[in-house]
Design a protein around this ligand. Sequence first.
Ligand code: GTP
Ligand code: MG
Length: 259
Amino acid sequence: MANSKYEYVKKFEEDDRLPPSNWIVVRIDGCHFHRFSAEHEFEKPNDEKALNLMNACALAMLEQFSDIVFAYGVSDEYSFIWKETTVFYQRRASKMLSLCVSYFTSMYVSKWKDFFPHKELKGPPYFDGRVVCYPKSKIIRDYLAWRQVDCHINNQYNTCFWMLVKSGKTEKEAQEFLKGTQAKDKNELLFQQFGINYDKLPQIFRKGSSVYREKVENIVKVDGNGNPVRRMQSEVVVDHMDIIGPKFWSEHPYILKEE
Ligand code: GTP
Ligand code: MG
């Protein structure tokens, strides 16, 4: 078919295909969630239901897109790791990014009522996103460690901050009080003043959430003699383990295996 005289406009489109043999990280982050969380009266510093809603959306993402090998979430953000060999949408950055943002947002809205059956969604939740390529799985591990360290630092600070506020200090006073304190001081404060052992707080708050495929042995049928037939299958799971040390990665070598 002959091209119309308008076809030339396509030449203005940029080729935004990401380089081959790179792991692709798409990180999305809730826009104005400070306000969104206040409007919906999320618990402070952590609202377990809100976090589990984020996790359910990430789980749906891994179930939908098999080239996402791992996801890590904390607060209003989630990182999705696409395997280095993916040819999804020809690795076009704008397509991959917009797809992650829209699929996640859509899930967030549709699952809202499952987690907050008695709270109406007041304004539209929306997310921004970015794409970064990393050429080695070692750097992906460092990337994830960076996010988990951030989770820890923020959670420790926020736990102290809200305990001080709940005990009568103004937000300004609490902020001043915590200025310059080290991790050790904060743990001490929580323990001495509030009887909280930081290490005993729920893992989901301290470690964030990881979503990945776990290999599980399932009984798929019963044979003619009544014996169960087992098969290894993979199942998308959510967990809150440490991802900085080597243990998890040596137990799950297939997740970041380089080809
Ligand atoms: P932009 O991302 O720049 O649009 O700003 P933001 O308001 O979303 O802030 P940011 O992404 O830096 O931080 C996330 C914010 O979400 C936190 O500062 C909290 O105010 C809020 N938030 C996230 N998770 C929770 C939660 O579990 N409970 C409560 N109360 N607030 C939360
Ligand atoms: Mg945000």
